[in-house]
Design a binder for this molecule. Sequence first.
Ligand SMILES: Cc1cc2nc3c(=O)[nH]c(=O)nc-3n(C[C@H](O)[C@H](O)[C@H](O)COP(=O)(O)OP(=O)(O)OC[C@H]3O[C@@H](n4cnc5c(N)ncnc54)[C@H](O)[C@@H]3O)c2cc1C
Ligand SMILES: NC(=O)C1=CN([C@@H]2O[C@H](COP(=O)(O)OP(=O)(O)OC[C@H]3O[C@@H](n4cnc5c(N)ncnc54)[C@H](OP(=O)(O)O)[C@@H]3O)[C@@H](O)[C@H]2O)C=CC1
Ligand SMILES: CC(C)=CCC[C@@H](C)[C@H]1CC[C@@]2(C)C3=C(CC[C@]12C)[C@@]1(C)CC[C@H](O)C(C)(C)[C@@H]1CC3
Length: 511
Amino acid sequence: MDPMAGLENAPMSEKLFAYILVNYRWVFVLLFLLPLSLLYDAFFYVRNKIIFRLRSAPRQHDARVKDVQRQITAWAASGGRQKLCTARPGWQNMSFRRGKYKKTHYNVNVNLIDILEVNPNSRTVRCEPMVSMGQLTATLLPLGWTIPIVPELDDLTVGGLVMGTGVETSSHAHGLFQHICESYELVLADGSVVTCSATENSDLFYAVPWSYGTLGFLVSATIRLIPAHSFVRLTYIPCHSLEELSKTFADESAKREENDFVEGLVYSAESGVVMVGKSTNQADPDRINRIGDYWKPWFFKHVERFLKTGGGVEFIPTRHYYHRHSRSIFWQMQDIVPFGNHPIFRYLLGWAVPPKVSLMKLTQGETVKKMYETHQIIQDMLVPITDLAGAIKVFHREINMYPLWLCPFYLPDNPGMLRPRDDRSQMYVDIGAYGAPKNPEYKAEATTRRLEAYVREVRGFQMLYADTFMTESEFEAMFDHRLYDRLRDKLARTKDAFPRVYDKINRSARD
Ligand SMILES: Cc1cc2nc3c(=O)[nH]c(=O)nc-3n(C[C@H](O)[C@H](O)[C@H](O)COP(=O)(O)OP(=O)(O)OC[C@H]3O[C@@H](n4cnc5c(N)ncnc54)[C@H](O)[C@@H]3O)c2cc1C
Ligand SMILES: NC(=O)C1=CN([C@@H]2O[C@H](COP(=O)(O)OP(=O)(O)OC[C@H]3O[C@@H](n4cnc5c(N)ncnc54)[C@H](OP(=O)(O)O)[C@@H]3O)[C@@H](O)[C@H]2O)C=CC1
Ligand SMILES: CC(C)=CCC[C@@H](C)[C@H]1CC[C@@]2(C)C3=C(CC[C@]12C)[C@@]1(C)CC[C@H](O)C(C)(C)[C@@H]1CC3
């Protein structure tokens, strides 16, 4: 990264400060952020234990919902001129930026953080919106259950994943996070509480995903459960041409019953590794790899080795598999602690990483923020899987940056924001780019706009936690707003109470 970019005319001292901040960020991370992250985790660990020991959390749900209703009544009584958003501070969430609207909108506290019920009979788990993925797997796996899609990273919340989206390597079989949800409980703008599902208030049920909290506040979601297995039998298939890679990936993704997990990591324009996983309780002891142990190499580095050594099979403990990219925050850690994958570092301090994303966000400062703005791309583009090879070529031309993350997902032809191409259920693929582009022509806005145009052309979608530079009409060409607009017209007070999705996610609405 060039820390001087954009600072050409700044005083020397400012340039030096910028240089130190960016190139020696790891000093701050190691000395300050890591210990703070540990304290933060320890606090929540103890709190969670106490809550469950007292068994008080589920009983308090109704009272907490009433508190959300009370806040909406108070907002209406105060004239209701401001729009509403959740009070969760922007630094805590898993998006790249903070919404500026948090400062101007009326903040409603939806601080509901408990797992309410694990029901083996109906095979469902009912969660409050602030339940995180780390919390959910820690709770469910010992009970022998899991949810069909566990989006990585640990701190993603049920609320954010329902109102935004979630995708993981089992999505080729189960769809996106919204497709494993059976019902939502919401507090609407008129203060009423409604439950919606595919059979009850179905319009609302299909309109909620990707609505970014602009139809109502989620207070609980009921999610499908499937039995958990102890291991994932993971087969690594190295590919040495783009054609081989895209064909293998598409063929394996199409085996929806046979494969429980499918993932791809692309290491260059012509090489990548496709991984195919099957859940199992039987593991060959000689081939067990506990990839999540802190002294183990970062997962994307481990996978890269198979390009040289040929394919392989490993048995990975399920929780290790779910959180396989967490320690290296996909590959972002290499820019934050450049020697983080060195064995000495891993053995000495590996147990303390990764630092909390939220704390990094809180403490990053303007200089680091500017560096990320100009020198990094963080995007997930969702395109029909038939366009995978073409899309990789476009990514190569525009950013020339590796690894790229490939994650297939099945998109059913349901009503709502995401209409599959030709109104036909089909397989898509999420292409994730996280890092510093090697293309010297890279310009954050211009390049991203070209990528966005390409994605619209192939009838794909952009994940909205990242920067979007689309205009409102381009955004509406990508996402089908018909059902959404109908509901905003129909539900009392909604248009006064909530901004439109675009007003929350466009680049100028975020800092
Ligand atoms: C805001 C927040 C953020 C968190 N973030 C993370 C994170 O980033 N990463 C991470 O790994 N963990 C996270 N946690 C989770 C926390 O660390 C774990 O819950 C903790 O590790 C408990 O695990 P345990 O196996 O030691 O619990 P134990 O006390 O051994 O109990 C097992 C689990 O079973 C659950 N349980 C038992 N009976 C029921 C029932 N009837 N219904 C529902 N659940 C039941 C309990 O939740 C309990 O967690 C977070 C928790 C909170 C509140
Ligand atoms: N593996 C994956 O699939 C990954 C997904 N992501 C993305 O990260 C985001 C989730 O991050 P997370 O930190 O959990 O969530 P956020 O706090 O970022 O919330 C995302 C959106 O959901 C809204 N929202 C959250 N909770 C509620 C609620 N209870 N009621 C109404 N609206 C709500 C927020 O509204 P408001 O603005 O009012 O707070 C916000 O617009 C998603 O957009 C997801 O797509 C990121 C990384 C990986
Ligand atoms: C669909 C999938 C798997 C998406 C993965 C997205 C992650 C790679 C994103 C989500 C949040 C994210 C944008 C983030 C960052 C890196 C990429 C992340 C982790 C970092 C940590 C980069 C360093 C930055 O200074 C800062 C701390 C602000 C951000 C915080 C959010």
